[in-house]
Design a protein around this ligand. Structure first.
Ligand code: ADP
Length: 490
């Protein structure tokens, strides 16, 4: 069959709806409630019908037995069991047979049939189990449900001597009992149908009612538009929905914090990027203005152009740092982990920074005790540690020093960057890892700081599942300690 694309969309949407319904809590609840209702109804039906049948058969057997016992007394009294004929007994046997439309068979103590109201088996020997059991003192009723008959075996015993003289077997059809059961069955079926329908309706509505609060949660979430960060949800119908709403509200709180920090970051970025541009614009404008008034002196021209070039460098550095930060913030799939010699890595960092240190008259010393091999992203870790050492140099005093030491234990390696510099005020220490934060704004800017260095360092350390701490006393130097696991766990 050829299916057009429109039809195919409809079919697949029906399929999806069906799949959803098959997986739903509502369907599960409906099935459970239905089973809880329908199983007892069926058991009840089975119980009622069986009980009726059992009662009817046992009542029928009891009546027949008591009638037979009366006749059995007469059989003994009249010596019928030993061949004496009796009109009275004959008529009673016939009457018994005709009451129940059944057959009466009398067996003597030699297991010979001496009377059969159907006249079929007279004079034959019978060795049926019920007869033998009856002689041994156990009366039995044999109800055959399939062939619809009841067979009652009653002993013929002398009233005085208690001696067994024979056995009476009465077989009667039980068609009326089956008919009674059928009639009752149809009544019960009606009842069953009504109850099943009622259970079905109750299960359907109860399942719908029970899952309603979950629908409310979905609806509340769907209804949220634009300012969803401001809207809390509250569905206290169930403990589960209450917990769900609370978890959602907590997530909103976290998102709000993130959103605030994102907005702050964007405004900080714009501000930082604008500052060098504004300076350049002022410098360029004043050159143009001076040009209008006459020839610009060469000296002034050079000075302004140098300032403009510095501002361009600054803008460039901010952009480079921002790009580094964005890279750090990306997921761990961008991490390029390799087994790296950490001693070599740090030595290379110091080698690169030595000229800057020398320019500032800073003594740069490395202490490392053991060779260290660790799984790290070389580029990112180099950037992180370079920032720390560079800060140690930048925020130092005349003829100061920066000590870098390297240590290791079974699980981690440790880098300590200590300086004899200006230190960080206590209230600023908790903020220095924030983006664009500078403890001493004018000084930092003067020496070309962007306020992004420590944020980059922290991101790189966290990406390695490490930790970074700062210890500092204003005017008395600063120590940064970094701890990184030797084995990288993604
Ligand atoms: P910046 O580019 O301004 O150096 P950082 O993120 O690297 O930005 O540092 C944030 C601020 O922390 C700096 O502006 C500075 O005030 C302070 N700081 C960082 N390292 C040191 C240090 N070793 N000694 C003193 N102050 C420091």
């Amino acid at each position: 069959m050829f299916i057009r694309s429109g039809e195919w969309v409809i079919i697949s949407s029906i399929k999806n709806k069906f799949k959803r319904y098959a997986k739903s809590l509502r369907l599960r609840l409906f099935i459970i409630l239905l089973l809880v209702g329908v199983i007892p109804i069926n058991l009840l039906k089975y119980g009622i019908l069986n009980n009726y049948e059992k009662q009817a058969v046992s009542q029928r057997a009891d009546t027949i037995r008591s009638q037979c016992l009366m006749i059995s007394v007469q059989l003994c009294d009249s010596d019928y069991m030993h061949g004496t004929e009796s009109e009275l007994i004959e008529s009673e046997l016939k009457q018994l047979g005709s009451i129940y439309n059944g057959r009466v068979v009398i067996v003597n103590d030699h297991f010979r049939i001496i009377r059969d109201t159907y006249g079929i088996d007279e004079d034959k020997v019978i060795v049926a189990q019920e007869v033998l059991e009856c002689f041994l003192g156990t009366d039995s009723d044999n109800y055959n449900r399939t062939d619809e008959f009841l067979e009652v075996t009653v002993p013929v015993r002398d009233d005085v001597t208690r001696e067994m003289q024979g056995v009476m077997i009465i077989s009667v059809p039980t068609t009326d009992i089956r008919e009674g059961r059928d009639a009752l069955s149809s009544t019960v079926l009606t009842l069953q149908t009504v109850l099943t329908l009622a259970v079905l309706a109750v299960a359907f509505y109860a399942a719908r009612l029970l899952v309603k609060p979950f629908g409310k949660v979905t609806a509340s979430l769907e209804e949220m538009k634009g300012s969803f960060l401001e809207e809390d949800i509250s569905i206290p119908d169930y403990t589960e929905t209450e917990l769900l709403s609370e978890a959602y509200n907590r997530m909103l709180e976290r998102m709000k914090v993130q959103e605030d920090s994102r907005q702050e970051f964007v405004s900080n970025v714009s501000h930082e990027l604008k500052t060098p541009l504004t300076s350049m614009k002022v410098l360029a404008d004043s050159l143009v203005d001076q040009g209008k008034q006459g020839e610009v002196p060469n000296e002034l021209y050079k000075e302004f152009m140098t300032d403009i070039a510095e501002e361009i460098d600054r803008e460039n550095k901010i952009i480079t740092d921002l790009l580094s930060l964005v890279k750090m913030d990306k997921r761990s799939s961008d991490v390029n982990i390799k087994e790296t010699n950490i001693n070599d890595l740090i030595e290379l960092i110091l080698k690169r920074l030595r000229p800057i240190a020398a320019k500032n008259n800073i003594d740069l010393v490395l202490e490392s005790f053991k060779p260290i091999l660790a799984e790290v992203d070389e580029t990112k870790l180099t950037l992180a540690l370079s920032n720390l050492v560079e800060n140690g140099i930048k925020y130092n005093k005349e003829n100061g020093w920066v000590h870098v030491s390297l240590n290791v234990d079974n699980n981690f390696f440790y880098v300590k960057v200590e300086d004899s510099g200006i230190g960080i005020p206590e209230e600023a220490q908790e903020h220095i890892f924030e983006r664009f934060y500078r403890a001493d704004k004018s000084h930092s800017r003067e020496i070309g700081g962007t306020g992004l260095g420590l944020a980059i360092t922290r991101s790189a350390v966290l990406m390695h599942h490490g930790a970074i701490r700062v210890y500092s006393q204003e005017g008395d130097g600063t120590t940064f300690t970094v701890r990184i696991p030797l084995r990288y766990v993604p």
